[in-house]
Design a protein around this ligand. Structure first.
Ligand code: NAD
Length: 480
């Protein structure tokens, strides 16, 4: 997918335009290092205004980038999610900006200790193509709420959306507050070598690693929102029909081009046939007319379409059973790939090694909970995990013995859609998190400040040291 052929540690060329805007923002931040609540609210309002007044143009741009993107998906996952991130930040801004008092140890009293959030400066955001507006603007809302300046580099695979983002941001914001620079891999490389005060990257694990290395040269702190193979586990105690409907919905939203889409299913061996039938039935219920209805989104490019087809072909060639739900010749020219279930594929094919990122769904049968846990723990730590069932002891055991960036129980995707839960990966699925207060904190320096009291007793520990110091230290060791 991404170009990973260049040497990983090569020093990229700088980009004069990126450097110019970065320096402009840096100077502007230095002149106004602590924007007031009112200024931050005004910036969040401008962001909301930019999106809401250009809703139709955004929907059209995303649709043209995908060649066909469901209007409802764009409304929900781009417009509503971005606006709700900005609104939630506005609602909680005063509380988030407040200093947090923390307890001071008894031997240091009557001093006081506080954590005082401080804007970091200029934040860089590199975003992917799959949710091209949301994954640029929802971190931008958090960065603006935290009092920063923002520079965004969207994906080159969604040029119409990138252009409209640039236009609507330019119309609402001074370049010194927030701006968009566009371009492909070279621009991305130059962007990640800029000494931002924080860099948030959303994209593939392979490119995330490159961005991390480029940022390390400046010791720029990063949030890396990456991908992975997110499992959906159907427990013995689950209602197969309900689980299958949720899994199909989560898999087929944006045609599987979602970082937290269930990548594959683990189901009890005795229920394999029932699971496959229920998944196929659910897909038909959700998308009865794939070719004529605008509900089902196309695959982003011919290259991505061919990659998905090749994953299925390899599985077919090694003898795996394939169930194509509603496949028809009319779909290929539209780059629409219906749900394609691959039953019990072998572990060594690309389908079971790469993140699928499309509507191809391996369904693996397991002997029980233990095998499901082992399977997950044998792979890299995923971005999401979905568990279906009613047996809470079984659920707790799976949650305690596996790692995942985030979890939804008895559904898919929804843990990502609410601002009160942090969103991020673990292990190879990411570093750091954002959304809600966690996003505000990610783009702030949570500065510890110790306010000494004029009645401080620590002066008794100043040199020259004496026997009295020894006695005091002995006492101190008893109370710490
Ligand atoms: P990608 O890694 O190919 O590209 C992401 C961005 O990085 C684009 O803007 C691209 O231009 C830029 N880029 C490319 N090469 C670069 C380089 N060498 N240096 C700096 N920047 C570079 O990802 P993609 O194909 O756009 O998106 C799909 C991937 O993103 C999937 O793996 C998916 O799981 C992941 N993703 C993760 C999340 C999340 O929140 N964790 C969300 C959406 C997508």
């Amino acid at each position: 997918m991404a170009d990973t052929t260049r040497p990983i540690n090569e020093t990229p060329a700088r980009d004069a335009e990126i450097d110019r805007v970065f320096m402009l923002q840096k100077k502007a931040f230095a002149a106004e290092p602590y924007p007031s609540v009112g200024q931050r609210e005004a910036r969040l309002n401008a962001l909301i205004h930019a999106v809401e007044t250009n809703e139709k143009r955004i929907i059209d741009a995303v649709n043209s980038d995908f060649s066909s993107r469901s209007r409802h998906e764009t409304l929900l996952a781009e417009i509503i999610v971005s606006v709700s991130a900005a609104k939630a930040a506005k609602r909680h801004l005063k509380k988030w900006m407040r200093a947090r008092g923390v307890a001071t140890p008894v031997h240091m009293k009557p001093a006081r200790s506080r954590i005082e959030p401080q804007p970091l400066g200029v934040i860089g955001i590199i975003s992917p193509w799959n949710y091209p507006l949301q994954l640029a603007l929802s971190p931008a809302a958090a960065a603006l709420a935290a009092g920063n300046r923002v520079l965004i580099k969207p994906s080159e695979l969604t040029p119409a959306t990138a252009e409209i983002m640039r236009e609507i941001i330019r119309a609402e914001f001074e370049e010194s507050v927030m701006a968009v620079v566009t371009g492909g891999v070279e621009v991305g490389q130059a962007f990640s070598s800029v000494p931002f005060d924080h860099l948030l990257f959303t994209g593939s694990t392979a490119i995330g690693q490159r961005v991390y290395m480029a940022a390390a040269k400046n010791l720029t702190p990063v949030t890396l929102e990456l991908g992975g193979k997110s499992p959906a586990i159907i427990d013995e105690s689950a209602d197969i029909g309900k689980a299958a409907l949720s899994i199909a919905q989560g898999k087929l939203f944006n045609a599987g081009q979602t970082c937290v889409a269930p990548d594959y299913v683990l189901t009890p061996r005795a229920k394999l046939g029932a699971t496959v039938d229920a998944l196929a039935g659910s897909a038909r219920t959700l998308y009865p007319e794939i070719d004529t209805s605008g509900d089902y989104t196309a695959i982003i490019s011919q290259r991505h379409f061919a990659r998905l087809k090749a994953l299925v072909d390899e599985a077919r060639n090694v003898g795996a059973k394939i169930v194509e739900v509603g496949s028809s010749n009319a779909l290929d020219p539209q780059r629409k790939l219906p749900l394609t279930i691959v039953v019990d594929p072998p572990p060594d094919i690309a389908l079971m090694k790469e993140e699928i990122f499309g509507p191809v769904l391996p369904v693996l049968s397991v002997s029980g909970r233990e095998e499901a846990i082992e399977h997950i723990n044998d792979g890299e730590r995923p971005l999401a995990l979905y568990w279906f069932g009613e047996d809470s002891a079984a659920r707790n055991e799976v949650l305690r013995r596996t790692h995942a960036g985030g979890v939804t129980v008895n559904d898919t995707l929804w843990h990502v859609a609410q601002e009160n839960l942090p969103f991020g990966g673990v292990g190879k699925s990411g570093i750091g998190a954002y959304h809600g207060e966690k996003g505000f904190e990610a783009f702030s320096h949570m500065k510890p400040v110790f306010y000494q009291s004029r009645f401080a007793s620590n002066k008794m520990l100043y040199p020259p040291f004496s026997e009295k110091t020894d006695k005091l230290l002995k006492m101190a060791r008893k109370i710490i």
